[in-house]
Design a protein. Structure first.
Length: 441
């Protein structure tokens, strides 16, 4: 990774230093800067973000040891032909056939993707950058999706965004309907990239999830497999969690139930313990309040345990919302008292987090989105300042750019519509009426 200058905010340090906007000495496994201040170092691993503003992304270097020394800053005024070393790296990553099929502009875009865009996609999935590029070589569908992803991240390519987004959809659909073209692992990753693009653009994405799962289910793949396949199954299952999608356009696939339940540890792609995800996937069960209350927790950092506890309380609210939405009042479920306590607990803790972190909720706390939205779904338990806090925290997660970040901006849009004009409607109904599909990951 490039080294930051003394006056430059760290882009390669540990997550604690990034959140504090301080220079990190990058000592492994925990940085000395955190240790000297008595802070808990959150490590260096990449974190999966379904969408991220351009200013927040880290840069990475190419995996080829022969080209690691090359630092490439793409420019609209210079073509890749002026950078032979960069061309060498691109050919290495893409393979000769794909490389030769690209225009100079596409090569420039792909250089940016290899430099830093890929880090966002691979982050927090248990897949190293090197392994990602191994499956990348020779895949037309994955190439098209990654071009569209990188274009989405860079404002200077905004005029190309719709064109390449449509291309990526067409290529993905072509492959999943033509078994002769399908290379399952590569096509599945292509679909996951497409889901990420769609979420970040604020457009429906679960249609693509169904296409992805048709490949997984057709091959009888499950989480017992190892390597890339296992990673894919878990990530697909996470995006299918019923509590974390509002206004869903497609039916739930129940992937976690079928392939991933009763696993130990923490699922990195969402940052939640698997045992807690098991319960969130059972949100319609009549005993869910008792199961959430009895959840034993998981060993983690202080911040992790707090966010997991808030997610558990948010699950209580989600269960109550489900019963109301499906008119299941005759079944025992979450009590109104439990819902009221959960809302106030989430609000109180969110306010404390914001104050402690310097009056801003850092992107490392993205797990907070689900609890915030669940609390927001109970306006009878909220005061005006509580609503302002919720919007402020979500704006923080979007780096203060809600209008440029539809993934979060659409959530706030739906909440404001619900609070101002939602009489007689649930938050889910408001999201459906707005024709939105919201991910709360």
């Amino acid at each position: 990774m490039p080294t930051s200058s003394k006056n430059e905010r760290t882009r390669a340090g540990c997550w604690t230093c990034r959140a504090r906007r301080k220079k990190c000495d990058e000592t492994r496994p925990h940085c000395s800067s955190c240790a000297s201040l008595g802070l808990e170092c959150e490590g260096y691993g990449f974190r999966l973000k379904w969408g991220m503003p351009r200013a927040k992304v880290p840069k990475i270097r190419s995996r080829n040891s022969d080209v690691k020394k090359v630092q490439f800053e793409p420019s609209l005024t210079r073509s890749p032909e002026e950078h032979p070393s960069s061309n060498q790296a691109l050919m290495y990553h893409l393979g000769k056939d794909l490389y030769q099929s690209l225009t100079p502009l596409q090569l420039e875009i792909m250089q940016g993707f290899i430099d830093w865009g890929a880090a966002i996609l691979v982050s927090r999935i248990k897949l190293h950058i090197e392994k990602y590029f191994e499956i990348f070589v020779g895949s037309r569908s994955l190439l098209t999706s990654c071009l569209a992803y990188q274009i989405m991240l860079e404002p200077r390519y905004a005029h190309l965004a719709e064109q390449y987004y449509v291309r990526s959809i067409e290529q993905f659909r072509r492959e999943i309907t033509d078994l002769k073209q399908v290379e399952r692992e590569k096509t599945i990753f292509s679909g996951l990239v497409l889901c990420s693009i769609s979420m970040t653009r604020g457009v429906p994405w679960t249609f693509h999830l169904h296409g992805i799962y048709s490949l997984v289910d057709g091959a009888h793949i499950n989480s017992e497999k190892e390597g890339h396949t296992r990673d894919q199954v878990f990530l697909i299952a996470i995006t299918d969690i019923p509590t974390h999608v509002l206004g869903r356009k497609t039916s739930h696939l129940h992937i976690w139930h079928r392939s991933c339940r009763n696993r130990p540890g923490v699922e990195d792609s969402i940052g939640l313990p698997c045992s807690l995800v098991d319960r969130l996937c059972d949100i319609a069960e009549p005993d869910i309040e008792a199961r959430l209350t009895a959840w034993p927790g998981e060993q983690g950092t202080e911040d992790q345990c707090l966010l997991w506890d808030l997610t558990r309380h948010a699950g209580m609210i989600a269960a109550s919302n489900y019963r109301t939405e499906h008119r299941l009042a005759e079944h025992p479920g979450v009590s109104e008292k439990a819902v009221a306590f959960a809302v106030q607990h989430i609000i109180t803790c969110a306010r404390q987090i914001r104050v402690r972190d310097g009056h801003i909720v850092h992107e490392t706390k993205s797990t907070l989105l689900f609890p915030l939205v669940m609390a927001a779904s109970q306006p009878s338990h909220l005061l005006g300042p509580d609503k302002d806090l919720i919007v402020g925290c979500i704006s923080d997660l979007a780096s203060g750019t809600l209008d440029q970040f539809p993934y979060y901006g659409n959530v706030v849009r739906a909440l404001r519509e619900f609070w101002d004009h939602g009489a007689g409607r649930s938050l889910e109904q408001v999201v459906v009426d707005l024709d939105l599909e919201l991910g709360l990951f």
